[in-house]
Design a protein around this ligand. Structure first.
Ligand code: KIV
Ligand code: ZN
Length: 504
């Protein structure tokens, strides 16, 4: 069977989703989970983009044990040098250089002629090759590039030392027949003494990203790029979990295998969803809550007689545990630590101490603490630790008619407590007005979602908000988890407000 390499770009292209901002600690957490999931190559970021990106790529390069760690670089010497600085200590470093080759990009964005583009590819791939053994080149907007020129650009990159060629469908314009055809054409026509790895990189603007990636594999691609839960620029990237499962379930057709540890899929998806603040739609393939639910009587009857009647994927295959043993208020520290290790967390003694206290507080209010509760608690804790200003207290005065009042206090970076009190036409509005006053900001609340983390009356609430800064036109997301909905709403808003403040 042919081995397909999985290249994850959740932390680079995935982070280009509006409003998604992972901090370094979260990036390392996601990277470590991706390594556990079996990812072969991780694109950890775009080192020249910011100091934060540089540090995150460097930290992942230092922490990854097995995966190849990649940094993105434009065809510019300063980008390549910066990527080298960030990646030089990785076990297996790789650079990913790119330059657009479609007419529309060359004429309007780059303002470069074809000759200039070819010269830049030659110069910069050649330079990258002096620093890196593994050089990947992407002709950006490849699917809208003239075939002959695409071949010329790819051949130039190979001649200059690239051994990995990625073919981006940058704007999600292609379809499986056409996209697969590009791979067939390039593989048939390139000349090289070395083995060249062809990689697919699809966007989902027309909903064809997974189908296009699979068409690329059918036509000779040995590497597939994408992001967990399909997050990314505009409609997102190929959802890697979909490709992994398609190759596994339909090995009879694709005759390919991968290193993906399938039963880590759900955990990986949950982590990315939580840290990105982007919920997974219930009906999402592979990892949506309804993916294994059978509603109609005929289906239920069939599944009871033989699951294969309506179930092509078993929930356990992707790590959807249906009746994992919950903890309760009598559970001790040992059971707690064993459970969090089982869930894939590696915490320091200090973090365990804080988490155990939070767990006990929650267990006082909630009878059974499920895996989802624990994951939520740990994610919340890790987010809060990195926040500049933290929520100290919320007090709401509710009256069934007229305005509501809220007093909110926060602890700022200097450790001082700041208090604000305001009114609003609802309790949440009153809380949010107080937080705005404390942060001295006036964002627009463009999204507010609330859901229960588990079933039952004593479920914890998870609130997700998106704040829009009308001046910079940027979005900031926040998630708050708490037993109380008002407290969860305040936490989510403070998290997003902290991010907005950091951009000032
Ligand atoms: O979609 C795209 O073209 C990209 C490139 C940087 C590879 O993300
Ligand atoms: Zn992309």
């Amino acid at each position: 069977m042919r081995k397909i390499q999985f290249f994850d770009t959740t932390l680079r292209d995935g982070e280009q989703t509006p409003g998604v901002n992972f901090n370094t600690k979260e990036k390392i957490q996601i990277a470590m989970q991706l390594e556990k999931w079996g990812i072969d190559v991780i694109e950890a970021g775009f080192p020249i983009a910011s100091q934060g990106d540089f540090e995150a790529v460097k930290a992942i390069a230092e922490n990854a044990k097995r995966m190849t760690v990649v940094g993105l670089a434009r065809c510019q010497k300063k980008d390549i040098d910066r990527a080298y600085e960030a990646l030089k200590d990785a076990v297996d470093p790789q650079i990913h250089t790119f330059l657009a080759t479609s007419n529309v990009h060359m004429e309007y964005k780059l303002k470069m002629t074809r000759e200039e583009v070819l010269a830049s590819i030659k110069e910069h791939v050649g330079y990258a090759r002096t620093l890196f053994e593994k050089v990947q080149f992407s002709p950006e907007d490849a699917s809208r590039t003239d075939r002959d020129f695409l071949l010329e650009a790819v051949q130039t990159a190979i001649d200059a030392g690239a051994t990995i060629i990625n073919v981006p469908d940058t704007v999600g314009y292609s379809n499986p027949t056409e996209y697969g055809g590009i791979f067939k054409y390039l593989i048939e026509h390139i000349k090289s003494d070395q083995e060249i790895t062809f990689s697919s990189h699809c966007h989902d603007d027309l909903g064809m990203a997974t189908a296009n990636a699979l068409a690329a594999i059918e036509n000779g691609a040995n590497r597939v790029e994408g992001a967990i839960n399909g997050i990314g620029e505009r409609a997102g990237n190929t959802a890697l979990e979909e490709v992994a499962l398609a190759l596994h379930i339909r090995k009879d057709f694709y005759n390919c295998e991968s290193n993906i540890v399938l039963n880590e899929t759900k955990r990986t998806s949950d982590l990315v969803s939580r840290l990105s603040g982007i919920p997974v739609p219930r009906n999402k393939a592979i990892i949506g809550d309804n993916a294994y639910a059978h509603e109609s009587g005929i289906h239920q009857d069939g599944v009871l007689k033989n699951p294969e009647t309506y179930e092509i994927i078993t929930p356990t295959l992707v790590g959807v545990s249906q009746n994992s043993l919950p903890l309760g208020k009598l559970s001790g520290r040992h059971a707690f630590v064993t459970k969090i290790e089982e869930l894939g967390y590696q915490l320091t003694d200090e973090e365990i101490k804080t988490a155990f206290k939070r767990f006990k507080d929650l267990a006082d209010k909630k009878k059974q603490i499920t895996d989802q509760d624990l994951i939520a608690l740990l994610t919340d804790q890790s987010r809060e630790e990195s926040e500049r200003c933290k929520l100290a207290n919320v007090q709401v005065q509710y009256s069934s008619g007229g305005y509501q009042g809220a007093i909110v206090s926060i602890i700022n970076e200097a450790g001082e407590t700041k208090v604000a009190s305001t009114i609003g036409s609802g309790s949440i509005q009153a809380i949010y007005n107080s937080i705005d006053e404390l942060f001295q900001q006036k964002p627009e609340l463009s999204e507010y979602e609330i859901q229960a983390i588990t079933g039952g009356e004593d479920a914890q609430a998870e609130v997700r908000v998106t704040l829009h800064d009308p001046t910079t036109k940027q979005d900031f997301r926040g998630i708050g988890i708490d037993f109380d909905v008002l407290q969860a709403s305040a936490k989510a808003y403070i998290q997003a407000s902290n991010q907005m403040k950091e951009q000032e």
